[in-house]
Design a protein around this ligand. Structure first.
Ligand SMILES: NC(=O)c1ccc[n+]([C@@H]2O[C@H](COP(=O)([O-])OP(=O)(O)OC[C@H]3O[C@@H](n4cnc5c(N)ncnc54)[C@H](OP(=O)(O)O)[C@@H]3O)[C@@H](O)[C@H]2O)c1
Length: 296
């Protein structure tokens, strides 16, 4: 029996927990901040249900084989008591978040040799505790090596495509490049397609090009097609479409992952001497649009 604890059973954590719980050889626990009962996830392959153990207090936690952390990036420090309670010497800890700084954010919480940074491309939204819609096929990328390969094996029975990559840095930055443009709908509170103009196209392109330049300075291989595809996707975004989780979090009055998704481009740009005026402007404006208690 493989024991797996998912810290943060929101849209991503809840979806992964439900998929993992389909394997009778897995003992799945969810570690929640808010009370919840069971999981019902509508996936492209049909509805899956699960009733994992639910813990709401780290003092209830016991060491497990795998801890999967799927909170928002700004909640990292709050997961420390969970990670400590759930970890023994052999416990691996997978960090399933957007951004490129999984190692930096969890430095001091998880030893580097037991930390598995995960890039996930799996659009999911939660309507109520444990009620989630996974709208498209899910893809996971992890670093090559034993930890990454063992992590992929956890998903062998699922429809989620999990793959170990020699170059995880590029995988993380390619995802970030696509995400970097989503700060525009988060700021304007509307889809970009209906208001598309040459000026807006230049802003979207500027955001993604800055991200690619900084990512390349960090060692990522980012094909030009990533930039073109992101601009095309923003141009095609129809009226009423969700502008992504930053947009959704702003609408809901939640804290936003501004720093992990665009602030990081500005910070690392400074380190490499790469100007990032588009990202700096949008980060400043979006942070100023939110209440002080909902920015990161
Ligand atoms: N959703 C997507 O489509 C998607 C796609 C790719 C990547 N991502 C990334 O995946 C990460 C997770 O996103 P998400 O959309 O799943 O966020 P989410 O729906 O807000 O879920 C986060 C969960 O973490 C819980 N949480 C926060 N602090 C906690 C703590 N200390 N202990 C236990 N639980 C805690 C929250 O509890 P509450 O129930 O109390 O809020 C919530 O259930 C983010 O980095 C996001 O950018 C998301």
């Amino acid at each position: 029996m493989t024991s797996i604890a998912i810290v943060g059973p929101g849209a991503i954590g809840g979806t992964l927990a439900a998929w993992l719980a389909q394997n009778p050889n897995f003992d799945v626990t969810v570690c929640a901040r808010s009370p919840m009962t069971d999981l019902v996830v509508e996936t492209p392959e049909g509805t899956i249900k699960a009733a994992p153990k639910v813990l709401t207090d780290p003092r209830q936690g016991q060491p497990v084989d795998w801890v999967l952390v799927a909170t928002k990036t700004y909640s990292a420090e709050s997961t420390r008591p969970w990670i400590e309670a759930l970890s023994a010497q052999g416990t691996r800890v997978a960090i399933i978040q957007n951004g490129v700084e999984h190692g930096r954010v969890f430095e001091g919480i998880v030893p580097a040799g037991r930390l598995v940074p995960v890039m996930i491309n799996l659009p999911a939204a939660r309507s109520a505790p444990g009620r989630i819609v996974q709208s498209r096929h899910g893809i996971i990328a992890v670093p090559a090596g034993r930890n990454g390969e063992d992590f992929c094996a956890l998903f062998a029975h699922t429809e989620i495509e999990a793959k170990a990559h020699e170059d995880i840095v590029s995988q993380l930055w390619i995802k970030l490049a696509g995400n970097s443009a989503a700060i525009v709908p988060a700021r304007t509170l509307r889809a970009t397609g209906p208001v598309w103009s040459d000026e807006l196209a230049a802003i979207v392109r500027g955001l993604v090009e800055e991200c690619a330049a900084v990512g390349r300075a960090e060692g990522a291989d980012i094909p030009q097609s990533v930039i073109e595809n992101t601009v095309s996707a923003m141009k095609a975004m129809p009226e009423g479409a969700s502008g992504g989780s930053l947009h959704a979090d702003r609408l809901a009055g939640n804290q936003m992952e501004i720093d992990a998704r665009n602030g990081v481009i500005v910070r690392l740009g400074e380190k490499h001497g790469i100007p990032t005026p588009y990202n700096r402007l949008l980060v400043t404006l979006l942070a100023a649009s939110a209440s002080p208690w909902v920015t990161d």
